[in-house]
Design a protein. Structure first.
Length: 312
């Protein structure tokens, strides 16, 4: 199996009834990559990832995951996938150790007791092994869920909105662990609509209404979109935002705390507009590299929602 294509699929599509939820999706995922699937709720992110991992059979398209055919060998793929759902799905009336032991039995893991003990130690759960899962905070539940996903040493990890509802420290600890796994060769697919999770990814694909809008290395996405961004700081930003709407070169305006980010794809026209407003004041202007969030807002503004979608 090539290290360049742990996942390699072309033309993958899925319908639910009369709704085309995923439309001719192509992707290549390198081994050990953290690959973010970014898009709004209902955009088809989770459905796409489930097809890639053998958890859902596509209606059209072809390709491989971990060397297996995504249409014909889904069972083999699933054996090597760890899936962490957004909603905590383990047994709340069992202890941490009992939950992990149950999952290990489900996978038929040999030397089960030792493997559970190792999982408890690796995820920092050993001191709480006897605590009921239902009494854990969001961050500890997340850690338990990750331990359960990893109990069978999967080659591919699927994370569906993995840090929703947990505190900032738990989020940092979680992503430290994900990066450690990536360095060992585990490939990670992350479904999210949060920018602070997207920036943790090596690669990103933007999905809207079932269609892939763009994908590539995370650092390259803003340049691929072609945005130029100026930042305005100072007083009266709300009034400035109103005045900027419809001005030459201004494709979007986004408020970031005490600053205003003004972006467009016509760099010359945008610079001319900024110069006019800068001369007038009182705001201070500076050119800055466009970021992932500006790129995401721009892409979503141009995406066309042809019909309502109820399936994620």
């Amino acid at each position: 199996m090539s290290a360049a294509g742990v996942i390699d699929v072309r033309g993958m599509s899925k319908r639910f009834g009369d709704k085309l939820v995923v439309d001719a999706f192509d992707i290549t995922v390198p081994r050990g990559a953290i690959y973010g699937f970014l898009g709004p709720n209902g955009s088809g992110k989770t459905t796409t990832i489930r097809m890639l991992c053998g958890l859902l059979v596509p209606d059209a398209g072809e390709g491989t995951c971990l060397g297996f055919d995504v249409r014909k060998q889904a069972g083999e793929i699933k054996k090597q996938v760890g899936y962490m759902t957004q909603k905590f799905s383990l047994y709340e009336d069992l202890s941490i150790r009992e939950n992990l032991d149950f999952v290990a039995r489900m996978y038929g893991i040999s030397n089960r007791k030792a493997r559970v003990t190792k999982a408890l130690e690796e995820l920092g759960l050993a001191d709480r092994a006897g605590q009921l899962a239902g009494t854990l905070s969001g961050g500890w539940k997340q850690r338990l869920a990750l331990a359960a996903c990893l109990i069978h040493d999967p080659q591919l990890l699927l994370l569906d909105e993995p840090t929703a509802g947990v505190d900032p420290k738990a989020r940092r600890d979680f992503w430290d662990e994900i990066r450690r796994l990536s360095q060992t060769g585990v490939t990670v697919l992350v479904s999210t609509h949060y920018m602070d999770e997207a920036v943790q990814c090596d690669f990103i694909t933007y999905i809207a209404y079932g269609k892939k809008l763009i994908d590539g290395p995370a650092a390259d996405i803003p340049a691929q979109v072609g945005l130029t961004t100026w930042r305005a700081e100072g007083p009266d930003l709300a009034a400035l935002e109103t005045e900027l709407v419809g001005q030459a070169g201004v494709a979007q305006i986004a408020r970031f705390g005490s600053t205003l980010h003004v972006s467009g794809i016509d760099a010359a026209a945008l610079a001319s507009t900024v110069k006019r407003f800068e001369t007038r004041g009182p705001q201070r202007w500076s050119l800055q590299p466009a970021g992932l969030e500006e790129a995401f807002i721009y892409l979503m503004a141009g995406a066309q929602d042809n019909f309502s979608r109820d399936v994620a």
